[in-house]
Design a protein around this ligand. Structure first.
Ligand code: SAM
Length: 265
């Protein structure tokens, strides 16, 4: 029941809108990706058991509607969403520690958490980069206020927030990592959006996208609303990226890493 609430709240959205093809960027020098190149075996993660079953095919809660073309994302009630996004039971399948370990962040990395929600990943990232910084981006000002307060309460001086919009996260680089968790499907013209992000990446910068796999899953939105990993890869290539790596140890989600240039890309 709880898992179902979390799944529905996190993930339901409408399908992708119009996609725009963009030219590939000229790649500068880059350092190797931290994730396994092209789905090769990846160390680091624990593959714990999947959680109890739940069907995420329920209607969206009232605040979470998404109208293709007009981007009506509603996540205004921060206290309500915090109970859902930050419910400890989510850790069982989201495995944030394993994800962050696989990211192999340098302690001084500059990270952007795109679609940060109530800061589930933001605060964990902030602890992983004690000499770096994390910018939490969302389109809901109330969530950003919540994160500001949360960071203060948790003594995380390296967290700041930025109000994004449908077209851009509104963050200036250099960005070493842009993490996009359960948010990719909320972005409308994804190639254009991430083409913009690409210009803010540091030479070794990367975008890592975590989203739900296709097929029958006990969590996640109905399949028709998910973006298959192949489509994500195609869109990111349209945006000018190369696929640099992947991480295959989450029970329900794929994790894909993209950059301007990668060691095995
Ligand atoms: C399902 S929540 C995921 C929150 C967080 N990443 C997590 O894993 O807990 C999706 C978030 O993306 C935000 N969002 C939707 N469209 C966005 C956009 N174009 N840019 C930035 N954030 C967006 C929503 O407001 C919401 O907070």
């Amino acid at each position: 029941m709880l898992l179902k609430r979390i799944a529905v709240a996190l993930l339901v959205g409408l399908p992708a809108c119009t996609q725009g093809a963009l030219p590939a960027a000229t790649p500068p020098a880059a350092t190797p990706p931290a994730l396994a190149p092209h789905a090769a075996a990846q160390p680091a993660a624990s593959a714990a058991a999947a959680p109890a079953t739940a069907d995420a095919g329920s209607p969206s809660p009232p605040e979470h509607s998404h109208v293709c073309g007009s981007a009506h994302h509603r996540f205004k009630n921060a206290a309500k969403w915090a109970k859902i996004f930050d419910d400890p039971s989510r850790d069982e399948w989201q495995k944030p520690a394993a994800v962050i370990q696989a990211l192999a962040l340098s302690p001084d990395a500059r990270v952007v958490d795109i679609g940060a929600g109530t800061g589930y990943f933001t605060v964990r990232l902030a602890r992983a980069v004690p000499r770096g910084k994390v910018v939490a981006v969302d389109i809901e000002p109330t969530l950003l206020q919540y994160i500001d307060h949360r960071a203060q309460k948790e003594h995380l001086g390296n967290v700041s927030t930025a109000l994004g919009n449908a077209k851009s996260p509104n963050v200036k680089g250099p960005i070493d990592l842009a993490l996009v968790v359960d948010t990719y499907h909320h972005i409308e013209d994804r190639p254009a959006y991430f083409h913009g992000v690409l210009h803010e990446l540091s030479p070794h910068g990367r975008v890592v996208i975590v989203d739900f796999r296709m097929g029958k899953l006990p969590v996640g939105p109905p399949e028709k609303y998910r973006i298959p990993p192949e489509q994500t890869t195609r869109e990111m290539k349209q945006a000018g990226y190369k696929k640099c790596g992947s991480y295959d140890k989450l029970p329900y989600q794929y994790v894909l890493e993209f950059g301007l240039r990668c060691q095995a890309g």
